[in-house]
Design a protein around this ligand. Structure first.
Ligand code: ADP
Ligand code: MG
Length: 284
């Protein structure tokens, strides 16, 4: 279990914290619209080291957009986004976007290229459809970003990649290309590829929804194992059992707002809001 399970911080509460307590990622008053469609409406979310946060909610509620903004695939219109320091002792957070003019709900002003490049090294992202390079072997898929983006030493990267192949249950698949793998194996290779960057936080957007039920289990098992090792994870999921049993905190999103969030048992078994109850009742 994670040492620190801190609830989402109140807006503007930026008390000094030691590196180990500091949120891994912090989003404050995030706003995002597509045309006239307000998809994220004042979302604040702060995730502690070792925490597993499940994001649930109906389709179209803004879950993917939230992850896409946190992973810099989309830009916020307003609010701010910060990533925590890499290691204990490192001061300060990395500001990806800050609200303009001191107003916490102000227009989001993004950092320079260097800051964004640094931020991109701090997270990994696993999508619903396995986003492996189709022409590369499993090993090359895993080793590519550590070699090319992080410019790490080949022997060390290869050692880590072999370890990740074992850990993800992919022994024997090292030299296979994605089309030779099952969907579950491809998704586990995607997870290995994300882990190879040594991210501080892993994001998953419905990692099992493209899989047959029997392959869903093997991917959830890997997520469960990562959670047990205190990997910080934010998982958008339709797997309610996973949210209840594995997540520390559950966030219910609908219509671009966080309707309700809290400890997993509380939100899943005793939701406070009618919209949460109605959503959960679809799964029982
Ligand atoms: P969820 O993941 O919860 O199903 P999304 O974040 O995918 O929700 O979508 C939320 C809303 O944003 C939907 O109305 C969707 O149509 C809209 N949306 C998402 N991405 C785009 C985009 N790139 N351009 C325009 N509208 C978008
Ligand atoms: Mg989505």
């Amino acid at each position: 279990q994670p040492a620190a399970k801190v609830a989402s911080q109140p807006a503007g509460a930026a008390a000094p914290q030691s590196a180990s307590q500091r949120p891994v990622v912090r989003l404050e008053h995030a706003r995002k619209a597509f045309g006239g469609n307000q998809v994220l409406n004042d979302i604040s979310l702060s995730v502690s080291p070792g925490e597993v946060v499940a994001i649930i909610g109906p389709s179209g509620g803004g879950k993917s957009t939230l992850l896409r903004c946190m992973t810099l695939l989309e830009r916020l219109d307003g609010g701010g986004l910060w990533y925590g320091g890499f290691s204990a002792g490192e001061d300060g957070e990395l500001a990806v976007a800050r609200p303009a003019s001191g107003d916490p709900r102000g227009r989001a002003v993004y950092g320079d290229k260097g800051a964004l490049a640094q931020a991109r090294q701090r997270f990994g992202l696993v999508f619903q459809s396995f986003n492996l390079f189709p022409h590369m072997s499993v090993m090359r898929n895993i080793m590519d970003a550590p070699l090319v983006v992080q410019k790490r030493e080949r022997a060390e990267v290869e050692r880590q990649a072999r370890g990740l192949v074992q850990k993800m249950g992919l022994a024997g698949c090292e030299d296979k290309v994605p089309c030779q793998l099952s969907g579950g194996q491809q998704q586990r290779a995607s997870i290995a590829r994300a882990l190879a960057m040594n991210p501080q936080v892993l994001y998953f957007d419905e990692p099992t929804s493209a899989l047959d039920p029997e392959l869903t289990g093997e991917v959830l098992k890997v997520l469960k194992q990562l959670a047990a090792e205190d990997t910080t994870m934010i998982v958008v999921t339709h797997e309610m059992a996973f949210a209840r049993d594995v997540a520390d905190r559950v966030v219910f999103m609908d219509g671009g707002v966080i309707v309700e969030e809290g400890p997993a048992e509380q939100v899943m078994d005793a939701p406070a809001h009618e919209r949460t109850r109605e959503f959960l009742s679809r799964f029982s």
